[in-house]
Design a protein around this ligand. Sequence first.
Ligand code: MD3
Ligand code: FE
Length: 216
Amino acid sequence: MTQDLFGELLPEPTRENLMEGAVVLRRFALAAAGQLLNDIQQVTAQAPFRHMKTPSGHTMSVAMSCCGEQGWVTDSRGYRYQSEDPASGHPWPAMPESFRNLAGEAAAAGGFAGFETDACLINRYQPGAKMGLHQDKDEQDFSQPIVSVSLGLPVVFQFGGLKRNERPLRVPLAHGDVVVWGGPARLRYHGVLTLKAGGHPLTGACRYNLTFRRAR
Ligand code: MD3
Ligand code: FE
């Protein structure tokens, strides 16, 4: 057992290989969760959560914010990374040290030592929110992995193939779980089923997901 900031006992992380290139590090972020949630509040005080519109005009059910040198945005002009928050015209908030450290440690544990993230997308799911099957392909270098961190309410993640029509695996993701996606898993379709109502002691009625990327 390890301890968190408050000296609480925490179960040890475990590792599961989902498929080639995709490693689930269960509970890897548990010890840091309190600090990560504090830092989400700091970032989103400067760059508030918003429901962006897809290029086809649908409003996303997931609310998003970003930090780091680059942020991911979608609007009528398309999907892209940019260095300013379109809501304010200012640069995105700096990446908190807790975020950068966790991303680097998780990437190394998943086989990607030396990963240097320049973009963190912060997703907030409230009950009823979901994310349909999609690929993450707005980044420049697909040899760089993506690290995702789940906080708060659990959800069922869908992990498909390189074509949308391949039947996806369903993987439950809970508070503190971290997944590293690289190599042949990097361009697989993936999504998140509708978040069910519930309560979590640290986040209340929501789930947060941090995805760390190398955009440029
Ligand atoms: C597999 N977010 O922000 S994290 C996203 O839980 C996104 O909020 C989901 O998909 C969420 O783009 C899933 C897991 C994830 C993230 C990126 C991936 C899985 C991935 C990129 C390639 C393959
Ligand atoms: Fe994605």
